[in-house]
Every structure is written in structure tokens, then in C-alpha cells.
Ligand binder design. Sequence first.
Ligand code: NAD
Length: 341
Amino acid sequence: MRLLITGGAGFIGSHLAEWALVQGADVVVLDAFASNYDPALKQANVELLRLRAARASGSFRFVRGDVRNGELLDRLFARHRFTHVAHLAALPGVRPSLAEPRRYLEANVGGTVALFEAIRRHPGTVRRVVVASSSSVYGAQPGPWREDMPPAPLSPYAASKAAAEQYALTYQRLLGIGVSCLRYFTVYGPRQRPDMAIARFTARALAGQPIPVFGDIQSRRDYTEVGDVVRGTWAALLEPGTGFEIYNLGSGGPFTLQQLIAALGRVLHRPIALDLQPPAPGDAPATWADIGRARERLGYEPRVSLEQGLARYVAWVRWHHQWAQGRPGLSAGGRSRRSGD
Ligand code: NAD
């Protein structure tokens, strides 16, 4: 497999790159460092990824650039003749998309179109493309959510993901290659984006500060450990055929915020104080994946329980904190300007 991962310097993409290298793929990561959050932390992730990748094999290349840059894509496709593409490059985050809807449209929809156009200009090599989508496309519908339910976005971010799915379907028909959209559900784990709830909660709890909780503490989320998401994404990349598919990659068992915070307290061995805040616009009251289709067709089976996943994440935060000591500007928690997934 010659694999292009767009957004591969990000949280999920960097784990996918490591996994793909271990599986024997040649991997090119294309990333613009476009995220809103702590550039020093992002740089640290890339550094780690590079070291790890170099140790694992000589089959890794990192290219800094924008997925909307057609000339750059042409050079990459001509040189590497990719057989598979994982398109993860996007601006994530529900709440900031309310402030910058056009930026989200241009990066998430424009980036998807630019990528498929490049594949169109280089026919004959790419067999399958997987596109990172999001549970947020389901909006506030009652769960469990099945892939055949109509999208009902509540934020520009969710709308950009729903639109990207439609473009993915369109290009699957135009190009006759296999395309799968993967609806990720609140992914967490080592190197996770510092704006996400579990990262912010952990950083504050470790600092002995109360955790801000927006809205209903009984609201539910389908938290998915990044290792499970990577295994599901890999299975989707390996699928044969030229069809179009959508898969929920979640845990299939939602937890309330209260249960999440209680589990984090158990992992950290300390009580956690709460700072209750009004609900944030754009957030779904609950997310809940029906993972039957991914189970049946991809052999997807989430293996990591919430408590195991939190323990793994906390261990990484502690290790990273130590690693970052002596590297000016790096910190374990990062400085958050965003939230949501
Ligand atoms: P992330 O921000 O860590 O990674 C995204 C990467 O894409 C970043 O490194 C960013 O620099 C890069 N990027 C953005 N725009 C780009 C562009 N125009 N050109 C090149 N690179 C660009 O986010 P993540 O959590 O790893 O998410 C990966 C994907 O999964 C995203 O598409 C996101 O929308 C989706 N997703 C994530 C979650 C989650 O819980 N983390 C949930 C649902 C969907």
C-alpha cells in the first residue's frame, strides 16, 4: 500500500500513520499545521511521529502543505503513485465553526473537492479513499444512530462534514473507485487535541482546578479510543471493491458526562470539583453510534473500555509532561481556544 494521509500530523492521523507503517505501508503525510491550537504542542506531536516512524521503517515522508494546493498534490501523486488515501485534513471543532463558518467551509469542503480533483487528474492508481466524517452530522436525533438516517447538522462544522460526504459520493460515481466516509465519535487518547473535553478535563483535574461542564451533566457521548478508531479506519482502507460506504466508528455505548468525570476521578485517584456552565450552542445533547454495519462489514470491534482508555491517556499526559520539561514552550495540556469534536 502506498498511502497518503492528509491531516496526518493531527491527533488521529498521526496514530494512523504509525499503524500503517507497522503494517508495512509506504506513508506520506500531508499537513498544513492549520489547527487553531497551541502550535508548539502540534510541533511536538510531529516530532514524535517522525522519530517513531523513522525507527519503524524508512517508508515515511512528511510534507508540509495545504490539501487545497493543486500543484503540490500533482507533484505528490505523480511521484508516489498512491494506491490509498486517508483524508483526515479538516478544521475540527463544533463551537469555533459557529464563529468562522466560511473558514470551515473552505478547509473542509474545499479541501475534499481539491483532493478528489487531484485523484481525477491522476487516474489508474488510487483504489480506495477514506474520508473522515463526524457523528455531528446526525444532529439532535434520538439514538442509536444508523448510517441510513438523514443528516441533520446543528453547526457549520457538521454541515461541512455532511457536504464533504456528498462530494465523496459524487466523486466515487465519477471516478469509479472505492470511497468510504467514516463517522468518528468523540475520539480520545494519547496526543489528543487539547481543545477536546477529556484533554481539558484531565489538565484541569491534574492542576487541582474545577472542571467546567457546559449544560446537562447527564448528556451522553459515545467516547471512542483512538486505537479502536485507527483499527476501524485501517479495515475501511483495506476493503476491496469500488463502492461507496458510510460507517459509524464509535464505541456503541454512550456514557454521561457525570460517568466520564467519575471514571476520570477513579483513574486519577482524586475527587474532581465541577464548575457548571450553561449549554453551548451547536452541541448535540447526546451521541450514540449503532456500529452494526462496521462490525458486520469491517470486522470492527471496539476493544478499549472507557476506564482503560482514560488510564492510557492519563499515563501519556504524565509522560508527555516530563518529556516536555526542558523543551521550552511545550506543555502537556496545551492552551485551549476550542472545544467539541
Ligand atoms: P486534528 O486537528 O488533530 O487533525 C487535523 C489535521 O488536519 C491537523 O493536523 C491540521 O493541521 C490538518 N489540516 C487542516 N486543514 C488542512 C489543510 N487545508 N491542508 C492540510 N492539512 C490541514 O484533528 P483530529 O481530531 O485528528 O481529526 C481528524 C479528522 O477526524 C478531522 O477530519 C476531524 O474533523 C475528524 N473527526 C475527529 C473527531 C475527534 O473526536 N477527534 C470526531 C469526528 C471527526
